[in-house]
Design a binder for this molecule. Sequence first.
Ligand code: 5GP
Length: 180
Amino acid sequence: MSAPAAPPGIERVLFSEEQIRERICEIGESIAERYRGRDLKLIGVLKGSIFFLTALAQRIDIPIKVDLLGISSFGARKGAPGVVRIAKDLDDTIEGEDVLLIEDIVDTGLTTRYLLQTLAGRGPNSLAICTLLDRTCRRIVQVPVEFRCFEIDERFVVGFGLDYRQLYRNLPYLAVMKPD
Ligand code: 5GP
């Protein structure tokens, strides 16, 4: 069975399915080592991070709980930082728990900082960040990223959960889009 052809808006594959799978295995092992002996709660941010969260959770060999947070960003054009608010809150409390916030991408850091501040106020035992993609060259605010799969440059990326106008999330690889 041959792989489906890349959609027309895609310029090139940045990280293949295989590369993503390998990296997720490595990160999953590091997370398990770090938290062994404790229960860990993964908090995914809808919608971008759920593809990463699902793949990662299966590679972390310790007891895992999962909860989801939905956010709305305003002024969201291609990659632009917007004002963030929580559109769907967690189902459960995180008080006294070890929490790992799972992000699709940390870009300016504004979204992640907002989420960290919000979650820190709820009294977790520990709170750390794990991201599929990290674009440190565009950072506006510093956030402590503990686990990252890939560092990337300026180009807008889609696939493996990341969208452009809600499309491309289902690509099994990470790709760079053609310029407008
Ligand atoms: P922040 O700038 O606050 O760190 O990132 C906010 C959000 O912008 C990310 O969660 C993501 O939804 C979106 N974003 C930033 N860069 C990219 C990118 O290259 N591709 C896609 N699809 N979304 C991005």
